[in-house]
Structures are given as C-alpha cells and as structure tokens.
Design a protein around this ligand. Structure first.
Ligand SMILES: Cc1cc2nc3c(=O)[nH]c(=O)nc-3n(C[C@H](O)[C@H](O)[C@H](O)COP(=O)(O)OP(=O)(O)OC[C@H]3O[C@@H](n4cnc5c(N)ncnc54)[C@H](O)[C@@H]3O)c2cc1C
Length: 439
C-alpha cells in the first residue's frame, strides 16, 4: 500500500472524463475506492457525447458509434451502471450495402459455427464474384493457420498482407475497405496487419464474435449520465472544467498534481485517462516516446421533411464506391452519414461536405430525392482516433508505468485493440487490476 494513513490509502485521482476515465472511476468506486475525477471541459464523455442541436431539433451524437458482440469489457461497464439493456444485439451478422447505381447487396451470415457462418455469408454476397470469394477464403485461412508470426505481422500494414494473399481489387473495395475504415478509421496502407489479423480472429473466427450491437439511445444517456449517477451514489466526486496542468514526481512516485489554478491535488493513486496528445504535455519523460498520429471522422446529420422508412428500410447501410462509407437511420426522418479516415474531406467547407454527401446518398437511394432536407449538421472530429499503422504497435504504452502510483488508461494504451470504446474500457480494467496488484 502506498500510504499508511487509513483515510488516504484508498484515494484515486482520475484525470479525464472520457469513457476510459469514467469506466476507471466506476470500476474503482465499485471496489470501495474514493475516486475524484477531473475533467477539463464542461462535459463528460470525451469523444463519445451527445448534445441538443437546434437546426435538427433533436439530441445528436457527436458521431455514430457501433459496438460488436465481443465488447465484453464494455458490457461489464454498462451492466454496473445499469444501461446494458439500452443496446440492441443482432442475432446474426447482417450488413447491407448499396452501390452508386442504387443496387442493394446483402451480406448475411447464418447461425453456424465460425468460420462456416462467414463462408456461407460470403457465398451469397453478390457484391463479390467467385475469384474474390476464393481470395477472401485464402486470406482468412492464412490468418487462421498463423502463416506469419506475430512479430512479422507487426512489421506490416494490411495492404502488404493483401498483396501477399492475392486479394482482388473488387474484394478490397467491396468488402475489406468498408470493414477496415469502420473498425480502424484508416485505409489498409495505414492499418497494422497484426491488429487486422487479430480483429479477423475476434470478429470472424471466434464464437459469437461478429454480430453488431447498436445503441438504442443517445451516447450520453447510455455511457455517461448513468456513470455520473453511479459515482455520486458511491460518494465519488466529478469536478468539471478543471484541467490538470502539472504532475509533480519525486523519484518513482507522483506526490501531487496541480490544476490550472495551481491548486494542489493529492491522492494515493493516479490514473491518466487523457489522449496521447494531452498526455505528452503532462508527462515530459520516458513514459511515451511519441509516434502516434490522429485521424479524423466526419459525421453528417440530415433531417428530412417526411418519414423515409419505406425508401431506406434498413437501420444502416454501407455505401460502396462512395466517399460516404456508412448511412445510419437514427429516426424515421433522420439519417447520420459517416465518413471515416476523412483527412481530405475534413478540409472541405461544411456546405461542400453536405453537397457531396447528399449527392452520393441520392445515387445509392435515388428515391430519397423526393424527401426534402429540412436540417443538417456536420461534425468534424479532427482527432477522432489514432492511426493504427504498424508504427503504432510499439508506440502504445502499457497501463502499468515506472511511476509506481500512476496507471495509463485510454483507447491509445496498449490493449491490442483499435481506438474504440472497448479499447478504452479494456485499458481502464487493466489499470484497476494493476492498481489492485500494487497494493
Ligand atoms: C466520430 C467518432 C466515431 C467513433 N465511432 C466509434 C465506434 O463506432 N465504435 C467504437 O467502439 N468507438 C468509436 N469511436 C472511438 C471512441 O469514441 C473512443 O475510442 C473513446 O471514446 C475514447 O475514450 P477515451 O476516454 O480514451 O478518450 P477521450 O474520449 O478523448 O477522453 C479524454 C478526456 O480527457 C479530458 N482531458 C484531456 N486533457 C485533460 C487534462 N489535462 N485534465 C483533465 N481532463 C483532460 C478530455 O476533455 C476528455 O474528456 C469513435 C470516435 C469518434 C470521435
């Protein structure tokens, strides 16, 4: 135990109130720790939040979030704070795609043990021809049979893996790219082959892995508000608009923090749950050597003058051959369009982005032209995720640090997962386990 004073020994300061900070605080509060969480901004949730938008006249999420049935740490967190039942689980993996000629392609994996479900789904997927399907099977077998060591995979990006296994252009465009940009927010040449292979194993080769899970409520009401209430019920404190500005370290121990008003904050343990670009301002030492870069996501919310259920009957659709990769139906008269790995698009004006997105939506769903757009909102998240390329593998720090009472949480910590809600929550669970071990 770091401190012998009974009243002090169970105190933890969490820096940052995103999903990693909130889940660290919740897991610790559940174990009886006295947690104080400091958040620099006036709101919790970090990169996953909701807000009232007056142009659309609704609560909007900053970005459409989608989960998967392998998000086990996320489900644990949601069960503790009481919002697990606000998720909607697919019974079987089903994703529909529309091309720019208005053709719809269904990718539906029947309830069979993996990888048979994937094989059966692929066989019926009309956006691919037989050569493409054979190439896909070749890649999955290559990964399943561990044809390359983890060390070798960690040196490569996914585009190299594609050329090594003869992936066809159509397969990459109509299957791998939509999958990769959705999961990694990066193109194949910027996605680590190791992370990709691990996601294929988790998503397609493990039982029950690949089904998608959609939130049934807004992000704040699922992930944030219930956590804040849980922390209050455990006598933990959340302090808003207080940026932690300095860390005081003596030897291998943090002795205190200073907030932006130079007020001293002391506890036994500290969890950093800030993104890497904030972390490097706070910890000017050997804990993180740099090497991570950010990738933007652009979301376009559209409100129509009428219900569009009859024209756009799915909950979400992948758009093939389009700059807009995904369209989600948020309400009967509301869509959210997603552009990932959006470095170039994010430089365009909001009006240009809306024009481009609506045009491509109309190519895929020509009948949508009959519905007038009455409100729109573009959200550019410039630092949405880190780029998960082969360089990122060695740049990500583990949660346990050389500073005995400091642990690192956040989607960028070394979890073996891409920057996701599950990554953020897995990292906070690791922090809590390491903290408990250190006592
Ligand atoms: C548009 C978009 C779409 C996404 N889609 C998905 C998806 O479909 N599925 C999925 O799983 N994930 C998705 N993600 C990723 C997911 O949202 C993130 O991985 C996750 O929210 C990161 O949480 P975090 O707590 O690690 O970091 P953050 O959310 O960045 O939280 C860090 C917090 O620390 C605070 N802070 C920073 N510096 C300080 C300081 N000095 N003192 C005090 N506080 C500080 C910040 O204000 C912030 O609140 C998406 C992200 C975006 C932006």
């Amino acid at each position: 135990m770091m401190d012998t004073d009974e009243g002090f020994k169970n105190t933890v300061t969490v820096i940052g109130g995103g999903i990693a900070g909130l889940s660290s605080a919740v897991f610790l509060a559940e174990r009886g720790f006295k947690v104080t969480l400091y958040e620099a901004s006036p709101k919790l949730g970090g990169r996953a939040y909701s807000f009232v938008d007056n142009t659309i006249g609704a609560v909007l999420d900053n970005g459409q979030h989608i989960l998967a049935s392998w998000y086990e740490n996320t489900f644990d967190y949601l069960k503790i704070i009481g919002s697990f039942d606000k998720l909607s689980f697919q019974n079987q993996l089903e994703v529909n795609f529309a091309d720019q000629n208005g053709m719809i392609y269904r990718f539906k994996c029947p309830k069979l043990p993996p990888p048979l479900h994937l094989l059966a789904g692929i066989m019926k997927f009309k956006a691919l021809g037989s050569k493409d399907k054979l190439a896909l099977i070749r890649l999955v077998r290559f990964i399943k049979n561990k044809k390359l060591t983890r060390d070798k995979l960690s040196e490569l990006n996914t585009d190299k893996l594609f050329s090594m296994t003869g992936q066809t252009e159509r397969l990459i465009e109509n299957f791998w790219k939509p999958f990769i940009v959705a999961v990694f927010n990066a193109s194949p040449d910027n996605t680590s082959a190791l992370l990709f292979a691990d996601m294929i194993r988790k998503g397609f080769l493990e039982k029950g892995g690949s089904n998608l899970v959609l939130p049934n409520d807004n992000l704040t009401d699922i992930f944030v508000k219930p956590a804040e209430e849980f922390l209050k019920s455990k006598n933990c404190e959340v302090i808003f608009k207080k940026r932690i500005a300095k860390i005081i370290i003596e030897g291998n121990i943090i002795t205190s923090l200073l907030d932006e008003d130079n007020r001293e904050i002391k506890s036994s343990f500290y969890i950093s749950a800030v993104p890497f670009f904030e972390f490097e301002k706070l910890f000017v030492n050997e804990l993180y050597h740099g090497g991570l870069e950010t990738s933007p996501i652009v979301n376009i919310h559209l409100k129509f003058d009428k219900d569009i259920d009859e024209i756009f009957s799915e909950r979400f659709v992948g758009l093939l051959g389009s700059e807009v990769q995904w369209a989600f139906k948020v309400k009967s008269d509301q869509l959210c369009l997603v552009i990932s790995a959006a470095r170039k698009i994010a430089e365009m004006s909001k009006e240009q982005i809306i024009d481009l997105a609506v045009n491509e939506l109309h190519y895929a769903f020509p009948r949508l032209k009959s519905a007038k757009i009455t409100g729109s909102r573009v959200i550019k998240e410039m630092k949405a995720t880190f780029i998960p390329n082969s360089h990122s593998i060695s740049a990500r720090p583990i949660s346990k640090t050389v500073i005995k009472n400091l642990f690192i949480a956040g989607d960028w910590a070394d979890t073996g997962l891409p920057a996701t809600i599950e990554g953020a929550i897995k990292s906070s669970k690791t922090c809590v386990n390491e903290l408990l071990k250190s006592i």
